[in-house]
Each structure stands twice: as structure tokens, then as C-alpha cells.
Design a protein. Structure first.
Ligand code: AMP
Ligand code: TRP
Length: 329
């Protein structure tokens, strides 16, 4: 199978990204042909500081390698280095129904945060994501629950292109894990919202790349629910349930067993254990990242290699697309 998934460069990688997405990518790279673009063009849909965006892109690549992605086993590259993404995105935009784009949850949510108005790129974002996926005849896309709607849109685009111009694209499947497997890690402050790097309140997230004090502070400060029982019940106890999922994913212990161990003990000892667990879980990732920060030339080189590989895979499809829609060769 050919697998592809993308991650935006901006913001620090948090446990939602890591446990919900990147950790699964790491397992997949040993079994499948995998492509992982850092999607810098997607980041441009909200205002960016150019210097910082460049830095963030390199930083994201380092975080991904520190998280266990192996550039020898998977194709790690920067989206903007492979211009075919933009070309296909434009062509897909010409068949994308405006109404569907306007209904996308991420567009509506991000739109609300844009004080100086929404740009057209934020609206057509899903067409660029569809091009990331369809360009490589991808079989499956591992994503968190938040991206399922975009993937449905990608499938719609594939079907529409194929029925209009003839069979060209494979329809990719979404690989979404269950909530207990980390498909949706919630904010530590507001457990009704997903943990997000764009949340203006940094206390809602915790990252394996932050220093131990920061990790401890955010976990100890996490919102818990009324009562003092440690019980998994996302509807009644969203805060505690989210912490139980985090614990179980990092420790490998079942949620039932954690509930049993903390029966009648209240929230504080549970949070203390979770905080220490998160600190020790994060340590090897942080260490690897620090090593990579000293090897920028190596990172640049492997990104060049990644882009060459990706381009060679994309070329036959983009050639076929140009031909099918009637562009002069
Ligand atoms: P992003 O940080 O939005 O670029 O997302 C990168 C990957 O992490 C995508 O596959 C998302 O679905 C996934 N992801 C983002 N936030 C969460 C979260 N809170 N829980 C689980 N997965 C997430
Ligand atoms: N839209 C995704 C997100 O915000 C990132 C992304 C861009 C992506 N292109 C992709 C994910 C292709 C999977 C496949 O998380």
C-alpha cells in the first residue's frame, strides 16, 4: 500500500499530533510505502512571518525524525519543493463545488479567528490537500478525526475528475483510529475542544518537545470534572477521560487497569503520575531533537532527496492530468 499524510509546519508538535497521528506513521513506515510532506503551503492560508515559517518548517522535520520517522524508510519532504502539488491544486479548484468548500468545519472554525478577514486560500485549502493525496495515487491516509471531512472531499474530487475526464485517480481510504487510540486528544483546558496548536491558550496542549517543568505544569493544571472519581466516560467526565486516554497511550496500560489502581484516590495522585509519565515518555524525543538541531545541513540534504523522490512519483500522474484536461504539451 502507498500511504501519505501531511502535517503543518507551524506550532510545536503536541501530544495530540504525536499520539493521534505521528506515532502511527512510524509503525506504518516499516510495512508500507510512505510519504510524509510537511505542508508549508497550507500554512500560508493564515498570516505568517516569512522568517519564522522557514524556521518552523525545518523544525517540524526535526520533530518528525525525533518522533521516529526514518528518512531511509519513508519519503519525508517539504510540500512546496514539489511544484506539482500547486499545479494539481489549481486544476482541482476548477472542479471543486464552492458550496462544499464553504461547509468545511476547519474553514468555518479558522475563519472565525481571522480578525482581518478570510483569504481565498483558506477556503480552497481542501483542494490543495486533495492534490497532496491524489498526486501520488495514494491508497490510504492516516489522519485524526478532524480531517475525515477533508478526506471525504478528496474522494469526491477523485470521483468527479474520473467521471468527467476518464479514470485517472485512485480513491484513497481514510485510516482513522478510535478515540481510545488517540484519534482525538482533547484540550487540557477545555476538554470539549481538540488539543490544537492554533489554540491561543498554550495551557491546553502539552508537547513532548517542551521542557519537563512545562509538561508538569500543564498536566497538573488540566481541567478535571465534578466529583473525584477516575472513570472513563467522555460524555460525563470529558476532562478525566482525556487524561485516561493520554495515560493509557503513553504507558500501554489499559484504561480499566488505571481506573482500578486509582479507585477512591482522587485526581491529584493520578495527575502526578501522568505528569511524570509524560516527562519520561518525552525525554528520548527531546534528546533526539536536540541532536538534530546541530545537523541542519544533513536535514537540508535529506529534504532535497525526499523532494526528488516525491517528484518522480508525481510526474506520471500530473502528465496524465494535463493531457486529460486539454492542456497543450
Ligand atoms: P495538524 O497539526 O493540524 O497539521 O495535524 C497533523 C496531524 O495530527 C493530522 O493527522 C491531525 O488529524 C492530527 N491531529 C491534530 N490534532 C489532533 C488531536 N488533538 N488529536 C488527535 N490527532 C490530532
Ligand atoms: N489538513 C491537514 C491538517 O490540518 C494537513 C494535511 C495537508 C494533510 N495535506 C494533507 C493530511 C494530506 C493528510 C494528507 O492536519
Amino acid at each position: 500500500m502507498r500511504i501519505l499524510s501531511g502535517i503543518q509546519p507551524t506550532g510545536i508538535m503536541h501530544l495530540g499530533n504525536y499520539l493521534g497521528a505521528v506515532r502511527r506513521w512510524k509503525d506504518m513506515q516499516t510495512k508500507h510505502e510512505c510519504l510524509f510532506p510537511v505542508v508549508d503551503l497550507h500554512a500560508l492560508t493564515v498570516p505568517q512571518n516569512p522568517k519564522e515559517l522557514r524556521k518552523a518548517t525545518l523544525n517540524k522535520v526535526m520533530e518528525l525524525i525525533a518522533s521516529g520517522l526514518d528518512p531511509e524508510r519513508c519519503t519525508l519532504f517539504v510540500q512546496s519543493h514539489v511544484k506539482e502539488h500547486t499545479e494539481l491544486a489549481w486544476i482541482l479548484q476548477t472542479i471543486a463545488p464552492l458550496g462544499e468548500l464553504e461547509r468545511m468545519t476547519q474553514y468555518k472554525e479558522k475563519g472565525k479567528t481571522q480578525k482581518s478577514g478570510v483569504n481565498a486560500g483558506l477556503l480552497t485549502y481542501p483542494a490543495l490537500m486533495a492534490s497532496d493525496i491524489l498526486l501520488y495515487q495514494t491508497d490510504a491516509v492516516p489522519v485524526g478525526k478532524d480531517q475525515v471531512q477533508h478526506l471525504e472531499f478528496t474522494r469526491t474530487m477523485a470521483r468527479k475528475f474520473n467521471s468527467t475526464f476518464g479514470q485517472t485517480f485512485k480513491e484513497p481510504a481514510a485510516l482513522v483510529s478510535s478515540e481510545k487510540e488517540g484519534a482525538k486528544i482533547m484540550s487540557l483546558v477545555d476538554p470539549k475542544k481538540k488539543m490544537s496548536k492554533s489554540d491561543p491558550n498554550p495551557k491546553g496542549r502539552v508537547s513532548p518537545f517542551e521542557d519537563p517543568e512545562h509538561i508538569r505544569r500543564n498536566i497538573m493544571g488540566a481541567t478535571t470534572d465534578a466529583g473525584k472519581e477516575i472513570r472513563y466516560s467522555p460524555a460525563k467526565k470529558p476532562g478525566v477521560s482525556n487524561l485516561l486516554v493520554l495515560h493509557s497511550l503513553m504507558s500501554g496500560e489499559s484504561i480499566a487497569s488505571i481506573e482500578k489502581r486509582f479507585k477512591g484516590k482522587g485526581y491529584a495522585p493520578f495527575k502526578r503520575e501522568l505528569a511524570e509519565l509524560a516527562v519520561s515518555f518525552s525525554e528520548p524525543l527531546r534528546k533526539k531533537k536536540r541532536e538534530l538541531e546541530r545537523r541542519e545541513a544533513y536535514i537540508q540534504e535529506l529534504l532535497k532527496r525526499g523532494a526528488r523522490k516525491a517528484r518522480s512519483l508525481a510526474e506520471p500522474t500530473i502528465e496524465e492530468v494535463r493531457e486529460r484536461v486539454g492542456l497543450l504539451s
